[in-house]
Design a protein around this ligand. Structure first.
Ligand code: FEO
Length: 170
């Protein structure tokens, strides 16, 4: 049985995963209308789907442990970006926030001696290592590419394989 405090905190994480999904969906929609970003577009849409899956996993867990998962209202995410680099910077910063939030949940589970939730959260801890790594790789590559159009062409091509390359694949 989850404590009220833990239920509330897990529901906050539901909100965060849902907002992540929306944010990356918006990035996908923006990328889709940019010339030559087919790979990046797929990457963002797939990442959005992954975030929805993260949210669903939490919803089922809360409900299975005697809580009630609240489907949250969402804010409209950023819709346009000054550059692809900026979009990936936002993505990386967002993933760091998610990691911090997961870490706070792990802390809470330990302090409440809720070992089931602690165990459940380990999946998210591992997922965040992978997501941060992938986001950092993308940022590093875009930093190197700068304004080089042929570099961007290769990035767009390679990101399709980077997508499935990690454990989570985003
Ligand atoms: Fe589910 Fe990328 O955090």
């Amino acid at each position: 049985m989850l404590s009220q405090k833990m239920k509330d905190a897990l529901n906050q994480q539901v909100l965060m995963e849902a907002q992540s999904s929306q944010a990356y969906l918006a990035m996908g929609s923006w990328a889709e209308i940019q010339p030559g970003l087919k790979g990046v577009t797929q990457f963002f849409f797939r990442h959005s789907d992954e975030e929805r899956m993260h949210m669903l996993k939490l919803i089922h867990y809360i409900n299975e442990r005697g809580g009630f998962a609240v489907v949250p209202a969402l804010e409209q995410p950023a819709l346009t970006f000054v550059s692809l680099k900026k979009a990936f910077e936002i993505l990386f910063e967002h993933e760091v926030k998610v990691s911090n939030s997961i870490n706070d949940l792990v802390d809470m589970a330990l302090s409440e001696k809720d070992y089931a939730t602690h165990n459940f959260l380990q999946w998210y801890v591992n997922e965040q290592i992978e997501e941060e790594r992938l986001a950092r790789d993308c940022n590093d590559k875009l930093e190197l590419i700068g304004e080089d159009k042929s570099g961007l062409y290769l990035f767009d091509r390679d990101i399709m394989t980077m997508n499935g390359g990690g454990k989570s694949g985003f």
